[in-house]
Design a protein around this ligand. Sequence first.
Ligand code: ADP
Length: 269
Amino acid sequence: MKYNHRDHLDKDGVIQYYVATQRDVTEQKEVDQMKTDFVSLVSHQLRTPLSSMRWNLEMLLAGDIGKLSAKQKAVIKSTEEANARMIKLISTLLNISRIESRKLIVEPEEIDLVAYFEDLARQCQSNVKGQKLLLTMPKGPYKVVVDPMLLRQITNNFLNNASKYSPEDKPIEISVVDQGGKYKISVTDHGIGIPQSEQRKIFGKFFRASNVSKHATDGTGMGLYIGSMLVKLLGGTIGFESQEDKGSTFWVELPRSGVSARAGEVKLV
Ligand code: ADP
């Protein structure tokens, strides 16, 4: 059941009457669950043949089945890239259905944020388009209790976006600030920014701002939606500041003490 209650006040703020409504949402919940199960099933079914295609393409590229001409190699390479994009897209859909099913396992552990970001920056430097990654954080350790897999999903998305939506010659800054009981982690770029009028929709599922099409970048509008769901599981908050054509800062605030572990049934893929 879903309850709604609204007081109607007179001009002095005294309650005159109230309206209470009660709605049976069982059916709605069942439909949502069916949708989640359906996406999960389809995603599994699609991933298996796509993965075997990938093995075959890798075998062809490695020359295991015979020597390829440069032209043949180029065709197979682009097929392999398309295949990788599809696998990634399906994994994202699968992750959404896993998160929405509320069965995600949460395994918090104590990590040092300074070491975590030094490591991440090293790994990501080769993935970003060419931007310099600048880390601003005092000398560690900055200990926090968090599920590192889930945090990685959020911060990788911030970094990938910062790279996708900003020019190569502008740096990307990562900072961690101690705010007492919590840490604020921010990723700042100097890129295309987000138009003011669209900012309220940014964490919505499948949302992409109108200015991304001008820059011909690929994307699905699912990364920030996933991030906003995961941050709740980590007991934190997510947000951003952005100005069109100037740049954006995306941030998460995480409680230092973290959240309790959750048994759940599934992990992210
Ligand atoms: P995707 O990047 O795959 O489209 P996301 O959910 O990660 O999906 O982001 C949703 C949208 O938010 C993007 O399509 C883009 O319009 C906007 N956005 C996110 N990060 C940035 C950024 N750093 N700079 C400009 N726009 C951004």
